[in-house]
Design a protein around this ligand. Structure first.
Ligand SMILES: C[S@@+](CC[C@H](N)C(=O)[O-])C[C@H]1O[C@@H](n2cnc3c(N)ncnc32)[C@H](O)[C@@H]1O
Length: 227
């Protein structure tokens, strides 16, 4: 799936949001973490600065930081309008309101951009994409996938979901995916198929409640691991 900058909304999340979305502990971070579809999240920048090994993969890393910032600003108003037009879809808590959400997204973007050039040179940001990641098997203790799988269930078919998750399971010993809702805020129709395909292949899957909710009802992640 080729990603063109004018088709994506480069909104990223912070380390704190990742910690809440994925229930991350210091032990989890010490495993070596892949952020797949990391985009302009500041997770890798922030945890790398704390001395952990983290790598982000995303096709958007074909673009410069300046191009990504321009795209963010070009989409900010319409994103905010969409949020304001659908008040029933959101739970305000971590983000106080739509303006706070935008401020937090801008802060995460700036954290990412401050690290981007150096991180590209240090191979912490890698331009690549599912379903074929440029890593040997078991390269990471943990792979995270935030706001790509399940969220885009209308664009990515069931078989694509299964292929993407299988690839994450190849490169990491454990995989966590958040959220499990679609863009419309409905449970993803692909969750059951992904779980059953992985379980047939010997993985254990569990849906875990987490302490983060922005999409109303979106407070669960999928955890995939070997027992
Ligand atoms: C909504 S953003 C989420 C960014 C980040 N994970 C976060 O939660 O803040 C989705 C990201 O998935 C990336 N993406 C799209 N297709 C992908 C693929 N096949 N493999 C990896 N990343 C992909 C997009 O470029 C975009 O940056």
């Amino acid at each position: 799936m080729a990603v063109h900058l004018n088709q994506i909304v480069p909104w990223g999340r912070s380390r704190k949001e990742y910690e809440l979305m994925f229930g991350l502990t210091p032990e989890d971070l010490s495993l070596g973490v892949l952020d797949c579809g990391g985009g302009p999240a500041s997770f890798t920048a922030e945890v790398s600065a704390s001395g952990y090994r983290a790598v982000s993969v995303d096709p958007v890393y074909a673009y410069s930081g300046a191009e990504i910032r321009v795209r963010f600003e070009a989409t900010a108003d319409s994103m905010l309008s969409q949020v304001r037009a659908t008040p029933d879809h959101w739970t305000w808590g971590y983000h106080r309101d739509p303006d706070d959400l935008l401020a937090n997204r801008r802060k995460a973007l700036e954290g990412f951009l401050a690290d981007y050039e150096v991180g590209l040179r240090e191979h912490r940001y890698i331009m690549s994409e599912l379903p074929a990641l440029p890593f040997p098997a078991h390269s990471f203790g943990l792979a995270l996938c935030s706001h790509l799988l399940f969220l885009y269930s209308d664009l990515l078919s069931e078989i694509t979901h299964v292929r993407f998750v299988r690839e994450l399971c190849r490169v990491a010993r454990e995989v966590r995916v958040f959220p499990l809702l679609t863009l419309r805020g409905e449970p993803s129709p692909h969750l059951a198929a992904v779980r059953s395909e992985l379980e047939v292949a010997g993985w254990t899957t569990e849906v875990v409640g987490v302490a983060y909710e922005l999409q109303r009802g979106g407070n669960q992640m999928l955890r995939i691991f070997r027992q």
